[in-house]
Write a protein that binds this ligand. Structure first.
Ligand code: DSN
Length: 413
C-alpha cells in the first residue's frame, strides 16, 4: 500500500481505518465475510485495466488472451464445484445475476412468486421499489407464524391460484433449509420457471451441507462473497438450453465490459471452495451458528423458528422491549456488528423492525469456534441488558482483545 499512501493519504487512511475496524470488531452480519489474501490480490491486479466485451475466444478487442484464460478457469471451476450445465461468471453482483435471468426469460407484467421481503426474502425478488417490482407482478409466500417455516402446501396453493411465470426459492433471512425439490414440484405443477437464489447459502451447498438446487432449478443465481467467501460479485448457473439467452442478456443485455479482475478473483475463490479446508469451514459455520443461537436462547432470547439449520438466525427482540435498530446501535458501541432485521409478522417497519439477524460466516473465517460463540453470546446479553456507555466501552475493549487472537489476515496487506 506504499504507493497509495504516497499518492492519496485520505483514501489510504480510510482503508487503514476500515482494516482496523474489521480486525477489532466481531462481525455478525450474515452476508459478510473476509475473502482470502489470494482473492484480494487477484482482485487488486492489472486485470482491472482490460476491456473484454464478449466471452472467451469471442471478444471485441485485441489482447484478451490472458483474460480469456482466467474467465475459462472461473467457468470451469464454477461448473466443477456446483455440477451445473452452464455458468456465466460475468454478473457484477447477485442483483445483476437476477436481473439477467428475469430480463432473459420474462416479459414486463409477468408474474413472479417469491418470498415476502418481511419474511426473509430479497429486494430483487419483486420489491416494489426495486426494478423487479416495477417490471413484474409480485405474488408472495411467507412462513407460518407458529413455526417460522415455509409451508410448502401453502406455496403450492398460492401458485395454483395465481399461475406465476417464475417461482423463486431463496432468502436473505431464513434460518431453515430450503426444500428445492419441493419448489421444483410446485413449479412443474403450474408450468413456471424455477429460479433458486442461493446467495446466502452457496458455500453450504458446495460443501454438501444444504440440499443442492442445481438438479432441480432452471436457474441458480448467487453472489460470490457471502458463505462462498469470494470477491464481491455474482454468478449465474443454468441448464444448457438457457445458456445462449442468459449469456446474451448478461452481455450485451445489461452489462458492458466484464470486471476481469473480479472474475480472476472468482476463479481463485472457486478453487478454494474445492478444498477440504473449505468444507470443514462450512461445517464450523453451522456449528458456530448453533452454539451462538442456543446460548442466546438459553438466556431468554426468542429465535424465529426456534433455531437454525444454516449460517444465520433471527432474534425477535419483542420480549426485550428493544427495537432492532437500538440493539444494532448498542452492540456496535460494544464492538459487535450486526443488522436490524424485520421478523415475520413484524409489528414494526423496515426502518424500525423488531429483530436482529446474526450470522457466523465471518467469525468462523477468523478461526473462532464454540467457546468464542459462548463468550459472544454473553457479551451480546450483557450489552443489551445494561447499555450504559461505561459497560459498552468495557465490552468493546474485551472484544478487541479477543479479536487480536484471531487476525483476519495473517500477512500484511
Ligand atoms: N444485503 C444482503 C444481505 O445482507 O443479505 C442481501 O443482498
Amino acid at each position: 500500500m506504499d504507493m497509495l499512501k504516497q499518492a492519496d493519504t485520505e483514501v489510504y487512511q480510510a482503508i487503514q481505518a476500515e482494516k482496523e475496524r474489521q480486525q477489532n470488531q466481531i462481525e455478525l452480519i450474515a452476508s459478510e465475510n473476509y475473502c482470502s489474501s489470494a482473492v484480494l490480490q487477484a482482485q487488486g491486479s492489472v486485470m482491472t485495466n482490460k476491456y473484454a466485451e464478449g466471452y472467451p475466444d469471442k471478444r471485441w478487442y485485441a489482447g484478451c488472451k490472458n483474460v480469456d484464460n482466467v474467465e475459462k478457469l472461473a467457468i470451469k471451476r464454477a461448473l466443477d464445484i456446483f455440477g451445473a450445465e452452464h455458468a456465466n461468471v460475468q454478473p457484477h453482483s447477485g442483483s445483476s445475476a437476477n436481473m439477467a435471468v428475469f430480463f432473459a426469460m420474462l416479459s414486463p407484467g409477468q408474474k413472479i412468486l417469491a418470498m415476502d421481503l418481511s419474511h426473509g426474502g430479497h429486494l430483487t425478488h419483486g420489491f416494489e421499489k426495486n426494478f423487479s417490482g416495477q417490471f413484474y407482478q409480485k405474488i408472495t409466500y411467507g412462513v407460518k407464524e407458529k413455526t417460522g417455516r415455509i409451508d410448502y402446501d401453502e406455496v403450492m396453493a398460492i401458485a395454483k391460484k395465481n399461475n406465476p411465470d417464475l417461482i423463486i426459492a431463496g432468502a436473505s433471512a431464513y434460518p431453515r433449509e430450503l426444500d428445492f425439490a419441493k419448489f421444483k414440484e410446485i413449479s412443474d405443477e403450474v408450468n413456471a420457471l424455477f429460479l433458486a437464489d442461493i446467495a446466502h447459502i452457496a458455500g453450504l451447498i458446495v460443501a454438501g451441507l444444504h440440499q443442492d438446487p442445481v438438479p432441480y432449478a432452471d436457474f441458480v443465481t448467487t453472489s460470490t462473497h457471502k458463505t462462498l467467501r469470494g470477491p464481491r460479485a455474482g454468478l449465474i448457473l443454468c441448464k444448457a438450453k438457457y445458456a445462449a439467452k442468459i449469456d446474451q442478456m448478461v452481455f450485451p443485455g445489461i452489462q458492458g465490459g466484464p470486471l476481469m479482475h473480479v472474475i480472476a478473483a472468482k476463479a481463485v475463490a472457486f478453487k478454494e471452495a474445492k478444498t477440504e479446508e473449505f468444507k470443514e469451514y462450512q461445517r464450523q459455520i453451522i456449528r458456530n451458528a448453533q452454539a451462538l443461537s442456543n446460548a442466546l436462547k438459553n438466556m431468554g432470547y426468542t429465535l424465529i423458528s426456534g433455531g437454525t439449520d444454516n449460517h444465520l438466525f433471527l432474534v425477535d427482540l419483542t420480549n426485550k422491549k428493544l427495537p432492532g435498530i437500538e440493539a444494532q446501535v448498542i452492540l456496535e458501541k460494544a464492538g459487535i456488528s450486526l443488522n436490524r432485521n424485520m421478523i415475520p409478522f413484524d409489528k414494526g417497519s423496515a426502518f424500525n423492525p423488531s429483530g436482529i439477524r446474526i450470522g457466523t460466516p465471518s467469525v468462523t473465517t477468523r478461526g473462532m469456534k464454540e467457546p468464542e460463540m459462548m463468550q459472544i453470546a454473553e457479551w451480546i446479553n450483557l450489552a443489551i441488558s445494561n447499555p450504559d456507555e461505561k459497560n459498552l466501552t468495557s465490552i468493546k475493549s474485551k472484544v478487541a482483545k479477543l479479536c487480536s487472537s484471531f487476525p483476519i489476515y495473517k500477512d500484511s496487506l
